[in-house]
Every structure is written in C-alpha cells, then in structure tokens.
Ligand binder design. Structure first.
Ligand code: ADP
Ligand code: MG
Length: 861
C-alpha cells in the first residue's frame, strides 16, 4: 500500500522527468514498429486493389458465383491467404452494390489485420462494422462458422441486419443470438431496403430477422452475438443431458468488436451458471438492520482505494448487543461475522443508482466502467443478498455453481481470435501477454482535425459543475452540438437536473435501453443537440454531424459551427475510456473539440493525487469556479490512471493464472462428458474399460449380466446416464473445492511457498481424486440398477438446469493487493490486516487464525 503514500516534492519531479524520457522513448519505438507493420499491409493492399476493375465488371450473378468458386479452390488445396485479395475485392464490390459503401483502403487493411488474428485499432467512425465483413466472409468460406461478438444484443441485431445484406448477396447465411431469442437473417424484403440503407447505422428493421432455434443460429455461416451469450451457450451445452439440445459447433474464428471493452473491462467477471442451494436464511435482513444503525468512523471505517470496510471495536460491540451475544467471534463464528461485514459493506460502499439500480424489485449491477446495466449478474459471496436486504427486497437464495468459465478461457478456445476497437493501444501489452494478440494501429481514412483541449482543473466539485453548466450554455447558444460524458448514472442525473434548472434542453442516456439510446445518440450531432450520457451509453452507434439521415446542408452547417463538442466531466479510471469519449468527436476528418473538466474532489484525485498537488492547489487560493490548466496535475492524473490500469491488469492476470488450472480440468471433463452424451461407441467402451480396470472381473460380470437382462440399448442408456450424473455431481463439488483451495493456498505464502505452485500441485491431486470418485460411484451403483434407472433423476436435473441462473460474480478486490512476501514470520501478538472479498480488518495474528482457515488472507502487518 505504500505505493500510494505521499511522495516528497523532489521525488515527484524526478519521477515525472524519468517517466517523460521513458515514454517518449517508447513512443518512438512503438511508432516506428507500427508503421513498419502498416507498410507491410499496404503492399498486400495493392494485390486487393489489382482485382478492383475486373470484379467491378461482374454481374450480380457472377459475383455470387464467386463464393462457390472460392469454396472449390479451398477444397482443392488453396489457402485462405491465397484467395484473400480476390475475396476481399469481391466483398468490397458487394458492399458498394448493397450498402452503397465501398470500403476505403484503410478499411481493407483493417480487414487483413483481423484476418491475421490481430487487433485492428481503428478510430470511432472509421467504419469497423464494415471492416469486419471482409475477414468474416473469407473465413466463413471454410464452412466452419464465424462468430462476430458485439457489446450488446441490440448491436448484434443491428449489425446482422445491416451487414447481412452483404453476406446474403454472396450466398452466406447470417444469424443472431440474443439473450432470449435467436434469429436468421432473411433477405426477402427488398421493398424495405431503402429505409435500411438510410438509417442502418442505428435502426434495426425487424422484418429481416426470422426467429430460429439456437442450433440453427450456430449452423449459419456467420453468427452475431454478445460475448456473454456465446460464453453461456458453451456452458449450457456442457450441462445438457440430451444431444439434440446442444447448440454450438466448432470454435473456429471469432472477431470481437470493441475488444477492449470485452476482454479487459468485462473479463474481470467470470461467467457462472448456478442454481439455488437449499441453505438460506433471513440472517441478511437481521444484519441489514444492524448495519443501518452503524455510523461511519464511529462503528466502522472505509477504505475507498480497496473498496473495503473495517469494523471498529465500538461497531462490533453494537452488533453483539443487537444480536444479544457476548462475543460474536467465539459465540457465532465466521458465518455471522461475514454477514455483518457484508451488510456494512453494502451500506457503506454500494450506493443505489451508482453501483446498482433497483428495477422490478431486483438489484441490477451497473458496470463501473461502462455504466451499463448488468441484469442476470450478481455479486458473489453474499454481497448481493446483503444489498437486497438493505433495500428491503426479497433476498434471493444463495446458489451452487454448475458451470463457470472466464472470458479469457472461453475466447482462447477459438482456433483464431481477432478484434477491433478504437482504443487498444494503451492495453496492447495485456492483449499480447494474455491472448497473444498483436495490436496494429491503422491510420485514419482522413486526417484527424479534432482539437483536444488540456484539462480544466477546479478546486471543488461544485465549482467544476457550475463551470460545466456555464460552458454548455455558452456553446449551446451557438448551436454547436454537445455530448457530455459522465462516469455514473448518479452524476448523469445530477448534471441533468442542473441543466434543467438552467433551462437547457437535453437528452439523457443511462445505458438502460440500448436500442432507444442508439437512436438518440445517432442524433447527438444535430444543431443545438445537448446529450448527456454515461461513458458508454450508445456505444457502437456513430454520431454524424447534422444528424441522421444524412443531409448535406445540415452537415455543413454543424461543421461550420465547429463539429461536435465533447465534454468529459471527470477522468475515468482507465485512459481508454476517456479516449473512447473523445473519439466520439472528429470522425472521418470532421472538426470537433474535446474538453475534460476535473476537480480535486473527483474520486480519482481524492484518492490518488499526491499531497504535493493538493497543497499546490490550496496555496494558489483560487475561487472554486476558477480553473487552472496545469501539466503537472494532468500528468499526475494520467499517472494515477496508469497505476490503476496496472493494478487491474495484475488482478486479471492473477485470476487467469488460477483459472487456467481449473480450465485444464474443465476441458478434460467437458470433452469426456460430450463423448458420453453423444454416446459414441469408442468413448463408452473406454469408460467401461476404465471401470473394469478398477472393479475387476466381478464388475465385468455384473455389467454383462445387466446387459443381458435389460437389453443392450437400455443398458447403454443407463450406463450413460449413470456416468453423466456422477460426473456432474462430482464436478459441482470439485468447483467448490477448488474455490476453497484457492483461498486457502493464499495463506501459505508464509511457508516460503508460492501459492500458485501449491494450488497447482493440490489441484492435480484433487482432480485425480475426483475422477476416481466418479468411477467408484459408478462401480457401487451398477449392481443395483434396473429398468429406467436414473431417468427420473435426469428429468429433475433437466428441470434444475432449465431454471439455472446465469450469474457473474465480481473478481475479488483482494487479488489486487499483495500478500505478505514468502518467508516473512509474523509474531502471535503482532497486529495484522487480513482481508477477504474486499473486507479488511486489523486483528492480532493469533486471533486471525480461524479467519485464515476460512479463506481470509494477510495483506499487511
Ligand atoms: P466504427 O464502428 O468504426 O465507429 P461504424 O461501423 O459505426 O464505425 O461506421 C460509422 C459510419 O461510417 C456508419 O454510418 C457507416 O455507414 C459509415 N461508413 C463506414 N464505412 C464507410 C465507407 N467505406 N463509405 C462510406 N461510409 C462508410
Ligand atoms: Mg463500432
């Protein structure tokens, strides 16, 4: 934690001087390397362009027949790279005939980068949706399916309807998977085409979407959908009991749009399918009542940096009195303390309309990065329930995990992975280290002429908001459209109230309804428009000057006014998110301006700015609405952002290192399970052999007997069911054990052992034991099975699976902190800080032991 502590003035200066030298040095190298990469693609671009004239002469029918020609060439040994130039030229021509948009050269380059399994960084408005059609078409020619990932369901539909015309023209099938529906793109509505071309960038014409089964959607050549739907379908397939309900086929090639948002921001939360467990109680509401009466500083303290709380002695006494116990630790134990702390945490750190909203009597998580609602996600380990209790809602039962996977491991299953986004560069290291994804920054089609102003820094939040409102008023009077980005729904609504008071008409976007918001954001470039949006509300929808449908006169008018003005009301934790907001302005060479307003009371400043900076602001003695522009402060901010980015990267890396261990087990169990589910002869025979190996002649005889008695068909069914159910039972337990193991190995850091190595070593044993347990169970059951055995249980399981919940727990903040280094000894009377799930407390080490056994770990002494 010491890295946050105040540094002395000279240290700060020295640090910045160093950083500056290092950064510019890196930039030089990176810049050069990137242009070298781009130059290589420019050579290949020439090959694509060489086909242009020839392809342009083809009739529609000839263009279509190219698809079967390419497929034949692939069959007779050509590679995708061989046919790339011609195939890209074909898509380009098709796009200009159907969409009336001919991909620019830089878009073709972007397409090649994606085909090569890399990330194409292309600014907002460069037309990435269209870029994806080229590599998608090319790779779909293999017939193995291409998955295109979008950030929300609405964009999946929009892109399928919009780009579907290119694929359909070339004879390929496009599908969409949404949360509760699947569609096939149906091109037979020619009369609606006009409308679609005009407004395709935000409007979904539903007549083009025909509902279909999940399986059909995956059998299409191209499937659009969100990361979570693809991930959950994978998990769902692996808890199925019938082969005809399986959904997915191969994991061949996937293109992830807004890849940073998906593989970085969302990757901190694994996907989990779970079902309620029976042991729940009304403890949550009891503790919510106790927490309600607690006062900050008096009964508990808050550490915002680590999103944690710790109870004071007074607070504990208060709780003990309320519960009528002498000593909560000795009389009630871990469970009660955990409840108590969750309740206080829910009260102190989780605020309505900030971290979550209440909708239809449910707590819905608001993603801290994107401001988007995350229905169907829940915080883990009792926090969600504590918040439900706090809000007086019905507390949902705790649940058992059936299946889970991280996005990292889901996406690493694909033979080829690629992506595109406007902001990858600041995270290129992570993309490379975790996914082996190289980032190529593609030059813009037209030179950027947007002006990014230096941050305006205010002493107080009030002063900042006043100035923002004044600025909006002033700019709005000229007619120049304004987009204001905020970090949370709460801030969003606060600002909206100020604007209303100031008599400024505006639109408010909270990432609550993507489709409606898509329409609003598409109009944010109209003259006099003022749009307030959480950071990524309306993400993926382009803002055209003058609004949509495009109108030359209106466009020119707004252009003359200076284009879109973007106002940032706070710096975000990650630079990427700020850049996303900036990127909304100045697309395709348009003029534009961006300005961030910052105050010393913003959380980023409050928590991370050094005292030197704070003192400096105070010494200047400025009035609260008088800004300063100061490079040092801006740099301090960026430095804080980089520090948090680093933290978060470490935390994701850590999560992944541990998950990779379970991943090996998962892959092995799932492939075994699939073989059994499909009932393929060899797998079943193998399973039987393994059982005979363990049970000897006796079991072999029993199996023969059963087969004679029940008939080979029924025996096989029973045998399969028996295996599947045993595997599933033990797998669910294994997941739980592994979770437990994970918390417990962290404690062993003292024993001079690396927790990860310990974890791996024990995991191997546990997994082996688990497999043995499955065989042993089957061996024990065989003598007793008869006609129809396990069928009822299978029905019950199917029912449970059908009602299972798709959830996702947030990564534990404790992964961000460093455990005590290996080998350090702690005295029994020394005070230590221990932590679990972001809750911290300071106690004597000897008292900590029972906590450590429950998964707490020492983070500081
Ligand atoms: P991005 O995802 O890169 O921000 P979009 O795919 O949303 O950009 O496209 C932005 C806008 O640019 C859309 O309205 C689209 O119709 C338009 N566009 C994309 N490519 C071209 C092109 N080659 N010619 C003309 N317009 C294009
Ligand atoms: Mg886009």
């Amino acid at each position: 934690m010491s890295h946050y502590k105040t540094s002395r003035h000279w240290e700060v200066l020295f640090f910045y001087a160093n950083m500056f030298v290092i950064m510019s040095f890196l930039k030089k190298i990176f810049g050069d390397e990137n242009s070298r990469k781009v130059r290589k693609y420019q050579d290949r671009l020439k090959e694509v362009n060489r086909y242009s004239d020839e392809i342009a002469k083809l009739s529609d029918a000839d263009l279509l027949s190219k698809t079967s020609e390419f497929k034949k060439r692939l069959e007779s040994g050509s590679t995708l790279n061989d046919i790339l130039p011609e195939a890209f030229a074909v898509v380009r021509e098709t796009a200009s005939r159907t969409l009336r948009e001919r991909p620019y050269d830089v878009q073709v380059i972007g397409g090649m980068v994606i085909h090569d399994g890399k990330i194409a960084e292309m600014r907002t408005g460069e037309g990435k949706t269209l870029v994806a059609t080229m590599p998608t078409y090319l790779n779909a020619l293999t017939g193995k399916g291409v998955h295109v990932i979008t950030v929300n369901d609405y964009l999946a539909r929009r892109d399928a309807v919009w780009m579907g015309q290119v694929y359909a023209f070339l004879g390929l099938k496009t599908a969409v998977i949404n949360q509760n529906a699947s569609y096939i793109y149906d091109p037979s509505h020619k009369e609606l085409d006009e409308n679609r071309d005009e407004v395709g960038a935000y409007k979904v014409v539903y007549d083009f979407l025909r509902p279909c089964t999940r399986k059909e959607a995956y059998e299409a050549d191209i499937t659009y959908g969100t990361n979570s739907e693809f991930g959950f379908d994978y998990l769902r397939d692996n808890i199925e009991y019938e082969k005809n309900t399986l959904r997915q086929r191969a994991h061949h090639f996937t293109i992830i749009d807004e890849i940073d948002s998906i593989l970085i921001d969302e990757a901190r939360t694994p996907l989990i399918i779970s079902a309620p467990s029976s042991d729940s109680s009304d403890l949550y509401s009891v503790f919510a009542g106790i927490a309600e009466k607690m006062k900050v500083e008096e009964d508990f303290t808050v550490d915002e940096k680590f999103k944690s709380i710790s109870l004071t002695d007074a607070g504990i006494t208060k709780a003990e009195q309320a519960l009528g116990v002498e000593n909560i630790y000795t009389e009630k134990g871990i469970k009660y303390v955990h409840h108590l702390e969750s309740a206080v945490r829910a009260k102190a750190l989780y605020h309505k309309d900030k971290e979550y909203v209440v909708r239809d009597n449910q707590i819905v998580i608001v993603d801290e990065f994107t401001g988007r609602l995350q229905p169907s996600r829940r915080w883990s380990e009792g926090l969600h329930q504590a918040i439900e209790a706090k809000e007086g809602l019905k507390v949902q039962q705790e649940s058992k995990t059936f299946a889970s996977i991280t996005y990292q491991n889901y996406f690493r299953m694909y033979e080829k992975l690629a992506g595109m986004t406007g902001t990858a560069e600041t995270s290129s290291e992570e993309f490379f280290k975790v996914y082996r994804l190289d980032t190529v920054v593609i030059p813009t089609n037209k030179t950027i002429s947007r002006i990014d102003e230096q941050d305006l820094i205010y002493r107080t939040e009030q002063g900042k908001i006043k100035s923002i409102v004044n600025k909006i008023k002033e700019v709005n009077a000229t007619g120049q459209p304004i987009l204001v980005g905020t970090v949370s729904i709460e801030k969003n609504e606060e600002l909206s109230a100020y604007l209303t008071r100031a008599g400024i008409q505006h639109n408010l976007l909270n990432a609550k309804n993507h489709e409606n918001e898509g329409e609003i954001i598409a109009q944010a470039g109209k003259k006099f428009a003022v749009t307030i949006a959480t950071n990524m509300a309306g993400r993926g929808v382009d803002i055209k000057l003058g609004g949509v449908p495009f109108n030359k006169e209106k466009y020119e008018e707004v252009r003359a006014l200076g284009g879109l003005m973007v106002i940032g009301t706070e710096r975000h934790e990650a630079r990427r998110i700020d850049n996303q907001l900036r990127g909304r302005s100045g697309r395709q060479g348009d003029p534009g301006r961006t300005q961030f307003f910052v105050s010393m009371e913003d959380s980023l400043m409050r928590i991370f700015a050094s005292d030197t900076v704070k003192k400096m602001m105070e010494r200047l003695g400025l009035p609260e609405d008088q800004p300063i522009q100061n490079r040092m402060i801006t740099r301090a901010l960026e430095n804080a952002q980089m520090k948090i980015e680093g933290f978060n990267f470490d935390s994701r890396k850590h999560l992944l290192e541990f998950d990779s261990v379970v991943n090996v087990h998962r892959t092995s169990i799932y492939s075994r399970r699939l073989g059994i589910l499909l009932g393929d002869e060899e797998t079943i025979q193998n399973e039987a052999n393994e059982i005979i190996l363990r049970g000897g002649d006796k079991i072999a005889e029993q199996m023969k007997e059963k087969e004679n008695m029940l008939g080979p068909e029924e025996w096989k069914n029973i045998f399969r069911r028996m295996l599947l159910q045993s595997i599933d039972t033990f797998w669910v337990e294994h997941l739980e054990t592994m979770n437990y193991l994970r918390s417990s190995v962290n404690l062993r850091a003292y024993g001079q052992r690396d927790p990860l190595i310990e974890y791996k070593r024990e995991a191997l044993i546990l997994f082996k034991n688990m497999k043995e347990a499955v065989y042993n169970q089957v061996i024990r059951m065989i003598p007793n099975v008869g006609q129809g055995a396990f069928q009822k249980e299978e029905e019950r399981l199917k029912e449970t699976v059908k009602n299972a919940k798709l959830v996702s727990g947030k990564t534990n903040p404790d992964e961000v902190t460093n455990p005590i280094p290996a080998g350090e000894k702690i005295g029994r009377n020394e005070k230590v800080t221990i932590e679990k799930d972001g809750q911290k407390m300071e106690i004597k080490f000897k008292k900590a032991e029972s906590y450590l056994a429950d998964g707490w770990k020492v983070v500081e002494k």
